[in-house]
Design a protein around this ligand. Structure first.
Ligand code: ASP
Ligand code: MG
Length: 418
């Protein structure tokens, strides 16, 4: 009997009717004979509202109390889901992260899972009950509640699938959301976007890091590490969905499988005298201390000065600027004040086939040039090319990339072999 993890995100649980609709899906699965473990996020925008309430009370409040506050959202949705399942005649038990065995480190707000003690889950399953686990939370050895950071319920689901080793008996981790699967581009932006039957962890991770909103990148890292098959589907109209899995390299694969757009990117630039050491270390130690993820780093040297620029999300600009100004001042004079530019977007094309195909970059740059879209910066990895463009051209740039790699073609002409 396979065990299936069914995760339902906040957009699938907006109100009572939505919870009942998802409960019916779980009940059908359970009647079919599968062992089911449910993971839920908070309903709708509950977490945003809770964070907002906490900030209004005390903007500099303790991360510990913010964790308790945010975790309350999942407590409500899990309890309601278990009640809904019981009303449909399915025995269900709502469990906190701690009760489900999620042991974490002590870092409030972005805790890491150290261990999952599955004995309670196993006994619920053996009693033919459906455990409903509260997403994105765990407990430290000292009994303190921790959360994994925003969007962390995907990680709860994938980590459970790994801990219960569901793949061994044909099980998998199902991520139920408000789109029918992973598409060649966000279908809300590109009408021709096509659902993919399969995608590799590697490709999906690049897409998620570069703006695809369907899955949390941390969950994909987990999934790849433990080879958890992840099936992304629509929560109430579950079609074939998209299977995220490890895929063998294959010359027949299209070079590009999907593209993504990330908006609201800011750029910080400054210069220091050439030959002075320590500036780069000071800048990026400061951003790391502030807990900010830096995107692209660009360095050039001319006229006796080293010019360093990097990109971060708009929301992080103010904090980053203060942090690096302080640490550069400690280094002595000679540097310029950090200049901030806002309103940039990044369009990325992703595909493992890039490793073996040539001419991908020129095709992408050509498509942007044809539409007179200026490229502000280019970054690449083995399986990704990204261009930074002015945000006002963001969606047109995505359209250009989607078109130039024929991503909207019928599945038979463009789909890779499974
Ligand atoms: N409810 C949490 C959030 O909004 C966790 C999640 O949904 O994954 O970030
Ligand atoms: Mg999510």
């Amino acid at each position: 009997m396979p065990t299936v993890i069914q995760k339902f995100g906040g957009t699938s649980l907006v109100n009572r009717e939505a919870v009942v609709r998802c409960a019916r899906r779980i009940a059908t699965r359970h009647e079919h004979g599968d062992r089911v473990v449910v993971v839920v996020s908070a309903m709708g925008e509950t977490t945003d509202r809770l964070v907002e309430q906490g900030r209004m009370m005390n903007p500099d409040g303790n991360r510990r109390e913010f964790d308790l506050l945010m975790a309350a959202g999942e407590q409500v949705s899990a309890a309601l889901m278990a009640l809904a399942l019981e009303s449909l005649g399915v025995g269900a038990t709502a469990l906190t992260g701690a009760q489900a065995g999620f042991m974490t480190d002590e870092v409030h707000g972005r805790a890491r899972i150290k261990d999952i003690r599955t004995s309670r889950l196993a006994s619920e399953l053996d009693a033919d009950r459906v455990p409903v686990v509260m997403g994105f939370q765990g407990v430290t050895n000292e009994g303190e509640l921790t959360t994994f950071g925003r969007g962390g319920s995907d990680t709860t689901a994938v980590a459970l699938a790994a801990a219960l080793n569901v793949a061994a008996e044909g099980g998998y981790c199902e991520i139920n959301t408000d789109v029918a699967g992973i598409h060649t581009a966000d279908p809300r932006l590109i009408a021709e976007a096509r659902r993919l039957d399969q995608i590799s962890y590697e490709e999906m991770l690049e897409l998620a890091l570069h703006g695809a909103r369907v899955m949390d990148p941390r969950a994909l890292v987990f999934g790849e590490k433990y080879s958890v098959p992840i099936l992304v589907r629509h929560s109430t109209r579950p079609g074939a969905g998209t299977l995220i899995t490890s895929m063998e390299e294959d010359m027949e694969r299209p070079s590009v499988v999907g593209c993504a757009l990330k908006e609201d990117i800011g750029r910080i630039a400054l210069s220091v005298p050439a030959g002075e050491s320590g500036a780069q270390a000071a800048i990026f130690e400061a951003t790391a201390r502030a807990g900010i993820v830096v995107d692209d780093i660009i360095q050039t040297e001319h006229d006796g000065r080293v010019h360093v620029a990097f990109t971060v999300e708009h929301a992080d600009l103010a904090v980053v600027r203060t942090a690096i100004s302080e640490s550069l001042d400690d280094l002595g004079g000679g540097h310029t004040d950090p200049e901030v530019e806002i309103g940039l977007a990044k369009v990325s094309a992703v595909g493992t086939g890039m490793k073996t195909h040539t001419g991908i970059a020129s095709r992408m740059f050509g498509a942007l040039a044809d539409r007179s879209i200026p490229i502000r910066n280019i970054t690449t990895s083995e399986i990704k090319i990204s261009c930074l463009v002015p945000q006002e051209h963001g969606v047109r740039a995505l359209e250009a990339v989607h078109q130039c790699f024929d991503l909207g073609m019928p599945a038979t002409e463009n789909a890779r072999e499974g």
